[in-house]
Write a protein that binds this ligand. Sequence first.
Ligand code: MG
Length: 299
Amino acid sequence: MAITCPRCGRQYDATLFQFGQQVVCECGITVDLSQGHLLMTPSDIEGVLIDIAGVLHVGEASVPGAAAALTRLSAADVPVRFLTNTTRATRQQLLTKLQRLGFEINGESIFSAPIAARKYLEQHDLRPYLLIHPALQEEFENLATDQPNAVVVGDAADVFTYRTLNAAFRILMNGGALISMGSNRYFRDQDGLSLDMGPFVEALRYAAQTEPVVLGKPSPAFFQEALNDMGVPATRAIMIGDDLENDVGGAQALTIRGILVRTGKYRPEDENDAAIKPDSIVDDVTQAVDEILAAVAKT
Ligand SMILES: [Mg+2]
């Protein structure tokens, strides 16, 4: 099995190293061999990306210790941006909820898929038919929606009906653009795993034979926007998420390291996925922050 340096891409034979051994890559960085991967020492971490749902809170309950973990990150002057595909709330509603749950977060640090979608619509002069949750309507206020030439899909919950999906289908058959605020299959709600927007986008894609433009994670452009905002290159950033595919896989595709937390939608099978290997797997965001700060402290 080969292990790849997260910065320069050099490959090493994993059998030459022992678990936990520190090695110096030819590009000069010191790396720890952890979980069969090269994990850069914390000194290389200059910015942290954090998913919200499933990492900071599950439904209406905050993850124990999460607020304190964020406070410790900000006390250590490590820049943080939040990346969320949540499409059941506007950025302002998200912020209000997080503050109510005890998180000290600046609204500007939240990058949400709906905001990315609105920007895309404006840039491309599109008039959307909105298949979105009623709580999200406000984020799309004052956009022309007459004679729609695009369909925007979020986690619309009960708004997904035969009537609304068929209306969307007809717009697509007339050449409309299909825009999805993520491709998440499911999420963990308070009462259990629940269908996300992905399966509905897939139905529309299949019927209308048109490929969706996916905004939000795992879109590289979405990750890049948050990196640019921090002024941190991908190789110096780390993502903490509960979604193996969209958070960890999406980040790694851009050479951002990915930590998987065992909260939210995490399932034990995620640890043995054939395609996506997290750089680290930890119990929760507290442990993830501990790992990051321990590394920062060594410098
Ligand atoms: Mg999540």
